[in-house]
Design a protein around this ligand. Structure first.
Ligand SMILES: [Fe+2]
Ligand SMILES: [Fe+2]
Length: 361
């Protein structure tokens, strides 16, 4: 006799919040978890195909031997898949096993509106997590004998991932999204030439690796900043000057090739709807640096200059950044200065001067 947790959802796409819930529930109940992606979400429009959702789930669970995926709803020919039908089907093929149904906190409150809720509660043990700030419908919890799983849910939303506002997903899932142009990828590509897109992905991955090796918080922000940092690069001269005049007039004195860090920040904020100050600041000064940089700013600044597709051997600089962001940045600054002086590039604008003074002198 096994314990089996049924975990249904849109998984559009699967994210680390789902995986975290499944891991905690599996440990608490000593159970296997079966992910059941929905074929049609009755509450929203699908944005990717069922095949893509399944493929991303497969990538996400590949290192979890006690997780599996059921295609029962995806392969169904019903107009709408009701949970009661899915659950009865499972019970028929698992007569000796204990079935649990893991539901989201907001589903606790609406469970009495589901089809045949009492019958579901008789076949499976319903389990849920608390979510801070959400008041639970106590009468549903009692009526359907729902059990709480201790632990806090990780706050991740699939809709934020679809818009590139959060990338708290397994790296393999991000690779899949990039490779198949899902969700926000085409929007990014509208702003970048193909080689610049490749560079941006490379910056994102390197920044993320450096963040992981240094054990910093909010590691997904490094991916977002990397993917988006150059979106201002190919605006027309007119659009660039309009944005600079209206929003960044104090920086008009800089070399025009630097303007894209400001227009990029503007696009990320206004077109992508990202308002995370850390990400915006990092993009705003990714070319010049400045005298007051967060870890994210430092890592984006350096990753942009040393990512592996840049065409020189940056292995040592990359390794230095992975050991320590601050000492790594010193070595990147030294190498940059040597390069600029050798090629007679004037790099001494006030922002870069302040950066060198703060992080090298
Ligand atoms: Fe750039
Ligand atoms: Fe760049």
């Amino acid at each position: 006799m096994k314990n089996i947790i049924l975990f249904g959802g849109a998984f559009d796409p699967v994210h680390n919040g789902h995986l975290n819930m499944a891991e905690v529930a599996a440990n608490f109940l000593d159970a296997e978890v079966v992910f059941i992606p929905a074929r049609i979400s009755v509450w929203k429009t699908e944005s990717v195909s069922a095949i893509d959702k399944i493929n991303m789930l497969e990538i996400a669970i590949k290192n979890h031997p006690n997780f599996s995926i059921s295609r029962i709803e995806i392969d169904s020919n019903q107009d709408i898949n009701y949970s009661i039908d899915t659950i009865k089907n499972f019970k028929d093929s698992h007569t000796d096993d204990n079935l649990f149904l893991l539901i989201g906190t907001d589903q606790v409150n609406s469970f009495d509106k589901w089809k045949c809720p009492d019958e579901i509660a008789e076949i499976v043990q319903i389990v849920y997590f608390d979510r801070p700030g959400l008041e639970l419908n106590r009468s549903n919890i009692e009526r359907f004998k729902m059990k709480n799983i201790p632990g806090e849910m990780r706050e991740v939303s699939s809709s934020d991932i679809r818009e590139c506002k959060c990338l708290d997903i397994p790296l393999g899932v991000l690779d899949y999204i990039i490779e198949h142009n899902l969700y926000f990828i085409n929007k990014i590509k509208r702003y970048l030439k193909p080689a610049r897109f490749v560079h941006s992905v490379s910056v994102a991955k390197l920044a993320y690796e450096i963040a992981v090796e240094n054990g910093v918080v909010h590691q997904d922000k490094y991916l977002i900043a990397g993917l988006l940092h150059d979106v201002g690069k190919y605006l027309s001269k007119e659009d660039t000057l309009k944005i600079m005049n209206e929003h960044f007039a104090e920086y008009l004195y800089l070399e025009p090739m630097i303007y894209h860090q400001f227009t990029g920040k503007y696009i990320v904020e206004t077109v992508f709807g990202i308002n995370d100050k850390d990400i915006l600041d990092a993009i705003e000064f990714h070319t010049t640096g400045n005298g007051n940089m967060s870890d994210l700013s430092k890592v984006l600044y350096c990753s942009d200059k040393i990512e592996p597709t840049r065409g020189f051997d940056s292995t040592k600089l990359i390794n230095n950044m992975k050991v320590n962001i601050n000492s790594g940045m010193r070595s990147v600054l030294i190498s940059n200065i040597q390069y600029y002086e050798k090629h007679k590039v004037n790099y001494l604008n006030p922002l870069t001067k302040a950066c060198i003074k703060a992080y090298l002198d």
